[in-house]
Write a protein that binds this ligand. Structure first.
Ligand code: 5GP
Ligand code: ZN
Length: 114
């Protein structure tokens, strides 16, 4: 836990959030500024600053995040598809330095970069 980190504080419950999923390693909650009908942030409970800090010591947690994403997508009724986004670092537009995956869907998504 990083005491200054917004998402660590959300995971601990110090800052309230609309939780949609939790297990021993993963926490997921609704984005405060949703970009689609469904916009969930999926984060490892362990503080990892960004995708650039993924290595052999923590990559299993990334796999756990993706297992959770598949479960959440089913629970949210996203059977028609969805998008998973990770912004990494300054050029990638990351604003909260705790690794997170945006799960976006619930409607036809238009702004496709790749
Ligand atoms: P990033 O820009 O780092 O990829 O994504 C950060 C996301 O966190 C943004 O989509 C932003 O709306 C969301 N966010 C920022 N502060 C809060 C908050 O206090 N609560 C929740 N639920 N989401 C937040
Ligand atoms: Zn953190």
């Amino acid at each position: 836990m990083s005491e200054q980190c917004l998402f660590c504080r959300i995971i601990s419950g110090e800052i309230p959030s609309a939780k949609v999923y939790e297990d021993d390693e993963v926490f997921a909650f609704r984005d405060i500024n949703p970009q689609a009908k469904v916009h969930v942030l999926v984060v490892p409970k362990q503080h990892i600053a960004s995708a650039a800090a993924i290595d052999g010591s923590n990559s299993a947690l990334v796999a756990k995040c993706f297992e959770a994403i598949a479960k959440i997508a089913r629970a949210e009724g996203l059977g028609n598809g969805y998008r998973i986004i990770n912004n990494c670092g300054q050029d990638g537009g990351q604003t909260v330095m705790h690794l997170h995956f945006h799960l976006i869907g619930g409607e036809k998504l238009s702004e496709k970069i790749i």
